[in-house]
Design a protein around this ligand. Structure first.
Ligand code: GDP
Ligand code: MG
Length: 662
């Protein structure tokens, strides 16, 4: 089995290529940091495995992502490398290509986004480029799927044996050091000449991962001279040699096709949507439109239909069937009032959630999301924050766990920690069902606006906390936020469909696992009490638990123990809050819901509750992610406590201040 490592700068189309070449679909995004771990896929009709690695600018790691890629090369030693580049930005992309070509494995260089290059009136002499680099060169357009068959054939035809690595003419002192070290590594440590040579270059270039590797394997020929290398500033000399090589190569191979007019559509759109003043209102407007689509225009009618079907015909049929086979009432109630009502109640929000995800996918694929990052970056800078956190946060709208994973692209450990800690405040899709239940009951006319306000409140809390952490951790502003602005394009339906499915499938999977489990659990707790099976829910375990802490929650407007018990189940997964409420209140159908809720909540206390749900303790999966990323239980525990306190304070403020006016 041959393995091919897919490497390249962020946003060059690696994931798109990966998806086209292999049988597996991985998430495609329009910004850096979306691919945070390696993904495997097999090239169609072959035994060749492709590994999609995070985007990197060089092998010398600054971010955790870059470490992933470098470690992969060192330890997994792939047979071949597919280096994907953005053809329009070869000058910068080739810094990485050189390091890969020096590795001594066959490299196939894909000049991707060749369409953009052509649009700029430029092309390359591919044969000359291939000759100078000593590797195969293929022009591709991963988006339009052109050049991919040739690329696939090229990969399959390349023999996976070691090749002659690229040799640059480094300054004499550098070259002497490389030669001396690598020869010693070959004779004393039995390394292959190509690998030894690459190790030496990387070591001289202060690659921390390689230096650690050398320490671990006691590679004396390198370790011995570390001080000398650093004193002579070999790193800088290596960089300059590479730049000069790139300049030469590109000058010799660039072909100008024709003059292009700069009446460029992308630039025109950008002048408006990234406008210093207009940019932010446009951003808010687009999000409002998104919520209108999912909560008013398309999502809600579909959800209502689905809900009517589940609570009507489906539940009646199940009831009849269970009666006909003589099921005991306990079981019948578990299935109909527990599972069908609870899990079904959550599932009926699928249309709303999927419409929202489809909108987000359109924004991503069209290229707008990168602009949104830029626009919000300005806002964040105003309050002294770094815009790099924006992307993990936006991803957190789908699921906080993936948002936290995406925070790996942030270089500074402290900034990464802050982003991890504020990620759970982003309103993930699991909170949507409970918003949906309440806005349908209390805010019929302004559903989208209310949901939008919760999303923005989440962002506001996240930013406020970030500011506080920044101050507490004494973080000084020192990283720059760079984002590539891809050209706008008309979203491709299949990418939208896949992106929507990719974001939404977890929701469906959860319905069968944790939501199901949580619903059964709350049903059991509500039908069992200290004295066995209870018929009056007020004597059940869930009533006992809920009532115990209820006094604490009265100041924020919660008056029913059922709500408290439902909130507690929310740590399993946020969707479980709504299925628990449905089970606990025996709600079936939208009409029953409105009547029951309006006797227990006012619009104000309903809103305070939604704010509490937005902010309070993250779910187990998110806590596990926090623990894994920060490497400490302490931060996970801290997250539970701090967010619950903040949630309580926010709900208290809203309810108490609101009560003065209403
Ligand atoms: P990665 O970060 O390298 O994995 O890049 P992605 O695969 O996520 O692609 C980034 C963006 O570039 C997506 O919006 C793709 O649709 C787009 N893209 C990928 N390949 C091409 C191409 O050949 N031409 C153009 N115009 N866009 C492309
Ligand atoms: Mg990717």
């Amino acid at each position: 089995m041959t393995t091919v490592a897919l490497l390249g700068n962020p946003n060059t189309g690696k994931t798109t290529l990966f998806n086209e070449l292999t049988d597996k679909y991985a998430y495609v995004g329009n910004w850096e940091g979306v691919t945070v771990d390696k993904k495997l896929g097999r090239i169609r009709h072959s035994e060749m495995v492709v590994v999609d690695l995070p985007g990197i600018y060089s092998l010398t790691p600054i971010t955790k992502d870059e470490a992933v890629a470098c470690n992969y090369l060192l330890n997994d030693s792939p047979d071949m490398i597919l280096n994907v580049t953005n053809a329009s930005q070869l000058k910068r992309n080739m810094l990485l290509s050189i390091e890969l070509l020096e590795f001594g494995r066959p490299v196939v260089l894909a000049l991707n986004m060749i369409d953009d290059l052509k649009a700029n009136g430029i092309s390359y002499d591919f044969a000359e480029l291939a000759k100078r680099l000593g590797c195969q060169v293929r022009a591709t357009n991963a988006r339009k799927k052109s050049g991919l068959d040739q690329l696939r054939q090229e990969l399959l035809a390349t023999p996976p044996t070691a090749t002659q690595p690229l040799h640059l003419a480094y300054p004499a002192a550098v070259q002497a050091a490389i030669t001396q070290a690598s020869q010693a590594l070959v004779t004393d440590y039995q390394l292959t000449p190509a690998f030894a040579n690459w190790l030496a270059i990387q070591y001289l270039n202060r690659n921390q991962i390689v230096r650690r590797y050398a320490n671990k394997h006691h590679l004396q020929p390198l370790l011995r001279h570390q001080q000398a290398y650093d004193d002579q500033n070999f790193e800088e000399q290596i960089f300059q040699t590479r730049l000069a090589f790139i300049d030469d190569t590109l000058t010799a191979t660039t072909k100008y096709l024709h003059e292009v007019s700069n009446a460029n559509l992308t630039a025109k759109i950008d002048r408006i949507v990234t406008h210093p003043v207009l940019g932010l209102p446009i951003f808010v407007g687009i999000f409002l439109l998104m919520f209108k689509l999912s909560f008013d225009w398309i999502g809600t009618p579909l959800s209502d239909g689905l809900d009517a079907f589940i609570s009507g015909p489906l539940s009646a049929t199940a009831n009849q069937f269970l009666t006909s086979i003589g099921a005991i009432p306990f079981l019948k109630s578990l299935i109909v009032d527990g599972i069908i009502a609870g899990v079904g109640g959550v599932l009926s929000f699928i249309p709303q959630i999927f419409v929202l995800f489809a909108c987000i996918s359109v924004l991503e694929d069209s290229g707008y999301m990168a602009r949104a990052a830029l626009v919000t970056d300005r806002l964040m800078q105003l309050i002294g924050l770094n815009g790099k956190a924006f992307i993990p946060l936006i991803i957190g709208f789908g699921c906080n766990v993936t948002g936290i994973m995406a925070a790996r692209t942030i270089e500074q450990p402290k900034e990464r920690l802050v982003t991890t800690l504020i990620s759970p405040f982003m309103s993930c899709s699991a909170r949507l069902p409970i918003y949906g239940l309440f806005v349908a009951a209390f805010f019929q006319r302004n559903q989208a606006l209310i949901v939008l306000s919760l999303y923005f409140l989440g962002i506001a809390v996240a930013l406020l906390m970030a500011k506080i952490y920044q101050w507490v951790f004494k973080i000084r502003e020192n990283t720059v936020f760079i984002i590539e602005l891809p050209k706008y394009h008309v979203p491709r339906p299949d990418i939208i469909a896949m992106g929507t499915w990719e974001k939404g499938k977890g929701f469906i999977r959860k319905a069968g696992t944790v939501i199901f489990g949580g619903t059964v659990l709350i049903w059991l707790l509500s039908n069992l009490g200290p004295r066995g099976i209870v018929t009056n829910i007020d004597q059940s375990f869930s009533a006992a638990i809920g009532q115990f802490v209820l006094p604490l929650f009265r100041p924020i407007g919660i008056t029913s123990w059922q709500t408290i018990s439902a909130l507690m189940t929310g740590v399993l997964a946020k969707e479980v809050i709504s299925s628990s409420m449905i089970v606990l209140f025996h709600l079936s159908g939208q009409t029953g819901l409105i009547a029951t809720f309006s006797s227990l909540f006012t619009p104000l206390s309903a809103y305070a509750l939604l704010v509490f749900i937005l902010i309070y303790a993250p779910c187990f999966a998110t806590l596990a992610a926090i623990k894994a990323e920060t490497n400490s239980k302490k931060w996970a525990l801290y997250s539970v406590v701090s967010s619950t306190v903040i949630a309580y304070l926010a709900a208290l403020l809203i309810y108490q201040v609101g009560s003065l006016f209403i």
